[in-house]
Design a protein around this ligand. Structure first.
Ligand SMILES: O=C(O)CCC(=O)C(=O)O
Ligand SMILES: [Fe+2]
Length: 484
C-alpha cells in the first residue's frame, strides 16, 4: 500500500494547468461528437436511444451485477455505461460485501465486487462513445486542486496567528475564522499520528465512513487507490472509545481542547450533549461540501497530517451554487466538491465576504457559529474536530434550539426537548449566562419583529418564518445582527 503521496503537491507550480488525462476507456465529452468522423457508438443502443444518458444511468442503478455484466457485452456504448463505477458502488453497498467490515479493496468498486485483479480489468476502446454524463465524473476526479487553492486574494486570506489568549478570542475573534499555527504542537497525536502509525495500531478497529463501517486496514486500501469523484470520508464520532483514547489535559492523554476557545457551554449537558467530536480521515480530493455546522455550534478543526483548503462565508451570505430552502433546513449544492470548484469557485472568490485559507499539518482552524464552509483535502490527511458553544454564541445556539427545533441534530433520541434541557442546566449552573443568552435571544426576536411587523394576523407566519432563513442588516456588525 502506498502511503506516500507528494506532501507538497498543492504548492507545485508545474501542476497549475488543468492537465486532465484521457479517459482510460477513451470516452469523450459529448461536444467532441460534432468534430468526430466515423460512427457514434450511441447509434447501436436501439430503442434505448430515446433515453437521455442521465436516465439510462439511473436505469442501471436498478440492475443486478449479472444483468449489468451481460448488458455491458451488447455494444460499446452500453459497455461504457456499465463500467461506470458509481453503479458498481451501489451494487457493492447492496450486496453482502456492503455489510462486511473487512474485505479486499481492488482499486475500483467494480473490480472489488467482481473480484478482479488489475490484469483482469476489461480494456475496450470506447473512443467513439461521446457522453458528458460518463466523462464528467472522470474529469471531476482528476481536477488539479492547486489551480483553485493558490493565489488566494489578500483580502480573502483567513487570519493566521501563532496562538490566541481566551480574552482575545472572546473579545475579538469568536465570530471570525482564523488559523492558529502554534497551538497544537504539544498534542501527543500531532507528534505521533500518521496514516502508517494508525494502520499498525488500529488496523482492525472498525470506523464509520459515510454509509459503511470498515476496518482501518480496508479503509486505507480504499483511500490510497480509488478514482471516486467524491471519495468516502472517514468521519467517526466514537473514535475515542474505539481507540481507547483519553482526551483532556493530563498524563497519557491523546489531545486536549485548546485554551483559547474557553469554556464550552454544552459541557453542562454532560453525557446528554449532542455528538461533538470526530476523527476525520480522507484522501486528497475528499472533504465536506458547503454546510453550516449543527445546532449553531462553533468548531475547531485540527490538521494532524495533510493540508486542507477552506473557503468560508459569513452566516448571512448567499453562496454561489448553494441553494437553501426557505426554512434553511435543506441545502442543495452541486453533487461534488470538484463540480462546485469547477463551476462556482471563481465567482465565489470575488465576493467581499469570501474567506479562504490552507490549514497545514500542525495547525488548527476556527469555524465560527453559522458560517458556511467547504473543505477539501489537498493531500491524504488526518484531522480532529470538535464542536462547542462559546459564551459569545450562546444566544445563537439558544435561538437555534428554540426556533429551529426540527433541524436540531446529534442528540440521543430520548432527549425530546434540547432547548428546555439546556436552559434548565444553564439556570442551575450558570444563571448569569442564561440571563445574558436570553437577552441576546430576545434582541434577535425584537429585530425580527421590527422587520416583519408584529400584528396578530401574521403571528403564525412569523413563527414559521422565524424558524426560517437568516439574514442580516446593514447596520452594525453583520454577524451580530443576524436573525434566525
Ligand atoms: O475536515 C473537514 O472535512 C471539515 C469538517 C467539517 O466541516 C465538519 O466537521 O463540520
Ligand atoms: Fe463543518
Amino acid at each position: 500500500m502506498n502511503l506516500g503521496r507528494d506532501p507538497s503537491s498543492h504548492q507545485d507550480d508545474s501542476s497549475l494547468g488543468p492537465s486532465i488525462p484521457s479517459h482510460p476507456l477513451g470516452i469523450k465529452p459529448l461536444g467532441n461528437k460534432y468534430f468526430a468522423a466515423g460512427v457514434d457508438a450511441r447509434k447501436s443502443i436501439g430503442s434505448l436511444q430515446v433515453l437521455p444518458d442521465e436516465m439510462l444511468m439511473q436505469l442501471l442503478e436498478y440492475m443486478d451485477r449479472r444483468t449489468l455484466k451481460l448488458l455491458g457485452y451488447t455494444c460499446k456504448f452500453l459497455f461504457a455505461c456499465c463500467m461506470a463505477d458509481d453503479v458498481w458502488k451501489t451494487i457493492f453497498l447492496q450486496s453482502d460485501l456492503g455489510n462486511k467490515s473487512s474485505f479486499e479493496w481492488r482499486g475500483s468498486w467494480r473490480a472489488t465486487v467482481l473480484g478482479l485483479s488489475h490484469e483482469q480489468r476489461a480494456r475496450v476502446d470506447c473512443s467513439n462513445v461521446f457522453s458528458d454524463v460518463l466523462h464528467r465524473p472522470f474529469v471531476c476526479s482528476h481536477i488539479t486542486l492547486s489551480q483553485y487553492t493558490k493565489n488566494i486574494p489578500a483580502a480573502n486570506e483567513i487570519d493566521r496567528f501563532e496562538d490566541l489568549s481566551y480574552e482575545d478570542f472572546a473579545g475579538k475573534w469568536s465570530k471570525k475564522p482564523f488559523i492558529l499555527t502554534k497551538c497544537i504542537q504539544d498534542w501527543p497525536v500531532t507528534k505521533s499520528w500518521t496514516l502508517k502509525s494508525l494502520l499498525s495500531e488500529y488496523g482492525r478497529v472498525v470506523f464509520r465512513a459515510e454509509a459503511v463501517d470498515w476496518t482501518f486496514t480496508s479503509y486505507l486500501q480504499y483511500m490510497c487507490d480509488n478514482q471516486d469523484e467524491s471519495p468516502l470520508y472517514l468521519f467517526d464520532r466514537k473514535f475515542a472509545e474505539k481507540m481507547s483514547l483519553q482526551i483532556g489535559k493530563g498524563e497519557g492523554t491523546a489531545y486536549w481542547k485548546p485554551d483559547c476557545f474557553g469554556p464550552d457551554l454544552f459541557e453542562l449537558l454532560g453525557a446528554e450533549r449532542p455528538a461533538h467530536r470526530w476523527l476525520i480521515i480522507g484522501p486528497e480530493r475528499s472533504g465536506s461540501t458547503f454546510h453550516k455546522d449543527p445546532n449553531a455550534t462553533s468548531a475547531w478543526n485540527a490538521v494532524i497530517q495533510g493540508a486542507k483548503y477552506w473557503i468560508m462565508f459569513p452566516p448571512t451570505a448567499s453562496v454561489p451554487g448553494v441553494l437553501v430552502s426557505k426554512d434553511s433546513s435543506e441545502v442543495t449544492s452541486p453533487l461534488s466538491i470538484a463540480e462546485w470548484l469547477l463551476e462556482f469557485h471563481a465567482e465565489a472568490r470575488k465576493l467581499p465576504e469570501c474567506r479562504e485559507g490552507i490549514c497545514m499539518a500542525g495547525e488548527i482552524l476556527h469555524v465560527p457559529s453559522c458560517w458556511w464552509h467547504l473543505v477539501v483535502n489537498l493531500e491524504d490527511g488526518i484531522a480532529l474536530t470538535e464542536n462547542f458553544v462559546p459564551q459569545s454564541q450562546l444566544g445563537s445556539v439558544l435561538s437555534f434550539l428554540k426556533d429551529k427545533s426540527d433541524q436540531v441534530s446529534g442528540f440521543e433520541r430520548d432527549i425530546t426537548d434540547p432547548y428546555r434541557l439546556f436552559v434548565e442546566r444553564l439556570r442551575e449552573e450558570r444563571p448569569g449566562l442564561l440571563a445574558e443568552g436570553l437577552r441576546q435571544l430576545a434582541e434577535k426576536k425584537r429585530r425580527w419583529d421590527a422587520v416583519v411587523g408584529d400584528d396578530d394576523s401574521r403571528g403564525e407566519q412569523r413563527q414559521k418564518k422565524s424558524t426560517g432563513f437568516s439574514f442580516g442588516f446593514a447596520f452594525g456588525d453583520a454577524e451580530e445582527d443576524e436573525i434566525f
